[in-house]
Design a protein around this ligand. Structure first.
Ligand code: 3HC
Ligand code: NAI
Length: 695
């Protein structure tokens, strides 16, 4: 037998165990091992039934993602599932932990399925830009019906054992361990003489309006193709004999395997994990952080406090006045009520969090014993410096002092504390208890164990943490400033903000830059523009004032009911605000500009080129450690479409020479803004890609 699959015969039952840590992915060796084990068990006269189970924490987490993109090796997974199903002796899947993707497909190839109560099953292939490729699109709808089958595969979300039982995916829930569960079901099958039972022999799933379903799914996926292709594969299950349906599924699967979207999604899967890898922190222990102080209980402070409470930490929020403190408590409780309503926490947890774990104060003495403080006061250097000077005086030795500043110089803030080594930037995104991104901003003197503590906190809060260096806006907001600037340029030259938002949402973002500004409030960017103008714009830099005019008119975005769009209470989204184009026309007239037309493609070419060019500088300067770090910031903080993988993965897929050529063309009209990033020029000259720098 193979190293990763073993077989033991207990009485008349063959126990076939997969041991391929950490999650029993179906590598070639596992597929071959299973094939051989089933064949041996089938020919062994002592064996009357087989049980397949996984060692360790899972049954099987799916195909081995590391093999994707390489030439497929035999035995292919669909053939293995068919082989198992064709066994003349009953085969039982004894599932625990996760059975995902190909893992569930192996189970569906088995004749009976039993799961532990804590097991989860699902088909997350769409999250990798694929459809299930080993029979699930054909077998699952035969078992659970057309709509339920499509829903499970299109959502990609796993269901728990109880739900799987209700849907008919598993036959039983066992209350023992997988081995005992499997043996019990195997004996029952033999005792009752139930014999092998092939899912493929069940009647084909019912027909629905396939085209309507396809269009609906495509629409909802914002341009992601794999979920819609699930519909076509299930259509084949309904319309074709099983073997032909399986063939059709394989064709679609292999087509998607070649797609850029699949590459983007897999880049995101591994990128999400890769950003946590910090070679210089190996062996460095994080400091403790059971009790956290949050200064400022506004939008961000309340969100950060909520995230910490949800992760089981104790939190003390410091505000300036009793009124502000009451308002802060109200915000945190409101957030937690949302979590309660959505079933994320129980009533008992809610009560514990609000009555025991959360305290509010207006006195710095309340922070003397906390392990970590996260500051989220107004974005003003003088205020931040005062706060950090105070923290330096009162906090216990070793407490981590963090700032949530969006743009300000963390070196300067750290110096004010008198203990710079304890200071770090922890840049959360709004709403902080929902958004997955955390930028961990490391300044010149941050101690290594403080960086490690930032990552440990991020992990505890369920965030994707990305390390960043100090500059105006760190990774994400600096790139945001670049594509906001190019959007302004395009508006001055003739595109409308609404054209740009449409092009950007068609590219796959949930929102365009102007709708996004409405959501955040126009005043934030207004303040940043004023700050930059005071500091002095670089020579030759273009400036736009139409948004200032909106701000001066009090049209500050959603909170004012009006910004780039006009919002009506109770209605989602807005309609273009007619005042915007008047302000834009004024701005163009003042600058003596004659507007021209922009196609969607040109808008995206410029928007993305701006993003890639700035991102290349950020990598070159060491503000981001690797290209993949930039990609994950944009994916998890800025709604960059996951299926494009991030701006630098997207750039690799487009071809860096093509992007550089565009930038060089644009530079002829605006050399100041469009100076090609040296790293981009270098990579093109050397025929390399950003991926080569990911290590
Ligand atoms: N193939 C290869 N490696 C995998 C893997 C897979 N399918 N699933 C997880 N891993 C690796 C991870 O990369 C990670 O490696 P590392 O320790 O070197 O970083 C390790 O296993 C542990 O994974 P996590 O850190 O994610 O551990 P968690 O406990 O948080 O999550 C999990 C475990 C739920 C299994 C999660 O890893 C997951 O969702 N994996 C992907 C599952 C999936 O998408 N399966 C479908 C594959 S496609 C398919 O089956 C096609 C078929 O239809 C033909
Ligand atoms: P906010 O105005 O909603 O909240 C600030 C809070 O701090 C107020 O409740 C105020 O009473 C309190 N405060 C001010 N000075 C204080 C002091 N000296 N001591 C105690 N409390 C004090 O502001 P918001 O949006 O929460 O921003 C806070 C910080 O987070 C800023 O640095 C901002 O740049 C940053 N940030 C904001 C994001 C956003 O989307 N709003 C996203 C990421 C970071």
């Amino acid at each position: 037998m193979s190293e990763v699959v073993s077989m033991r015969i207990e009485g008349s039952i063959a126990l076939i165990t997969i041991a391929n840590p950490p999650v029993n992915a179906l590598s070639q060796a596992v597929r071959q091992g299973l094939w051989d084990a089933v064949t041996q068990a089938e020919t062994n006269p002592q064996v009357q039934a087989m049980v397949i189970l996984g060692d360790g924490r899972a049954f099987i987490a799916g195909a081995d993602i590391k093999e994707f993109g390489k030439p497929p090796q035999q035995p292919h997974l669909p053939d293995l599932c068919t082989r198992i199903e064709a066994s003349i002796k009953p085969v039982i899947a004894a599932m625990h932990g996760v059975s995902l993707g190909g893992g569930l497909e192996v189970a569906l190839g088995c004749h009976y399925r039993i799961a532990t109560a804590t097991a989860k099953v699902g088909l997350p292939e769409v999250n990798l830009g694929l459809i299930p490729g080993a029979g699930a699109t054909q077998r699952l709808p035969r078992l659970v019906g057309t709509e339920a089958g499509i829903d499970l595969m299109v959502s990609g979300r796993p269901v728990d054992a109880a739900k799987a039982l209700e849907m008919g995916i598993v036959d039983e829930i066992g209350d023992a361990d997988p081995r005992a569960n499997g043996l019990a079901l195997a004996h029952a099958v033999l005792d009752e003489n139930r014999g092998p039972r092939a899912v493929s022999a069940l009647p084909a799933p019912a027909a629905i309006d396939w085209d309507a379903k396809y269009d609906a799914v495509l629409n909802k996926g914002r341009g992601q193709i794999s979920p819609a292709q699930v519909v076509r594969a299930v259509q084949a299950a309904s319309e074709l004999p099983f073997a032909q349906g399986l063939k059709r599924e394989r064709e679609i699967f292999l087509e998607l395997m070649q797609s850029d979207q699949r590459q983007g999604m897999i880049h995101a899967f591994f990128g999400e994990r890769a950003v946590a890898t910090q070679p210089d922190l190996k062996g460095i222990e994080a400091r403790g952080f059971d009790h956290i102080g949050v200064i400022g209980g506004g939008t961000m402070g309340a969100g950060i406090a909520t995230a910490a409470l949800l992760a089981g930490l104790s939190v003390t929020v410091l505000e300036m006045t009793h009124e502000a403190s009451d308002a802060a408590r109200g915000r945190v409780i409101g957030n937690l009520q949302g979590a309660l309503k959505r079933g994320k926490i129980s009533q008992a947890q809610f009560t514990k969090m609000t009555e025991e774990a959360l305290t509010l104060s207006t006195d710095y003495a309340a922070l003397a014993q906390v392990d970590m403080v996260i500051e989220a006061v107004f974005e003003n250097m003088d205020v931040k410096k005062q706060v950090f000077a105070k923290l330096g005086e009162i906090c216990k030795a070793g407490a981590v002092l963090a700032t949530n500043t969006s743009y300000l110089d963390v070196n300067e803030i750290a110096a004010a504390s008198g203990r710079a080594e304890d200071v770090i930037g922890l840049h959360f995104f709004s709403p902080a208890h929902v958004m997955k991104l955390l930028e961990i901003v490391v300044h010149d003197h941050t101690a290594k164990d403080v960086i490690a503590t930032g990552f440990a906190l991020g992990k505890r809060l369920g965030k994707v943490s990305v390390r960043a260096g100090v500059c105006d806006g760190f990774i994400g907001n600096r790139i945001l400033a670049a594509y906001r600037a190019v959007s302004d340029h395009m508006v001055l030259d003739g595109a409308s903000p609404f054209d740009i938002d449409r092009a950007v949402t068609d590219f796959g973002f949930p929102m365009g830059p102007f709708a996004m500004t409405d959501l955040a409030g126009l005043d934030i960017a207004w303040a940043a523009r004023k700050r930059r103008r005071v500091a002095g714009l670089p020579e030759g830099a273009r400036d736009a004032t139409y948004a200032d005019k909106l701000c001066e008119a009090g049209q500050l975005g959603q909170k004012a009911g009006k910004g780039f769009y006009t919002y009506e209470a109770g209605k989602r989204g807005g309609t273009p605000n007619p005042a915007v184009m008047d302000f834009v026309s004024q701005d163009r007239a003042e600058q003596g500009l004659t507007p021209r037309g922009f196609t969607q493609d040109e808008i995206i070419d410029r928007y993305m080129a701006a993003m890639v060019n700035e991102a290349a500088r950020i990598v070159d300067e060491g503000i981001a450690q690797r290209p993949v770090d930039v990609d994950m910031v944009m994916l998890f903080g800025y709604g960059f479409p996951r299926y494009h993988g991030g701006p630098l993965k997207w750039a690799d897929l487009q071809g860096l020479d093509k992007i550089l050529a565009r930038i060089e063309t644009y530079a002829k009209e605006n050399p100041q803004y469009w100076e090609p990033a040296p790293l981009l020029v270098k990579l093109v000259a050397e025929g390399r890609r950003f991926a080569d720098l990911n290590g």
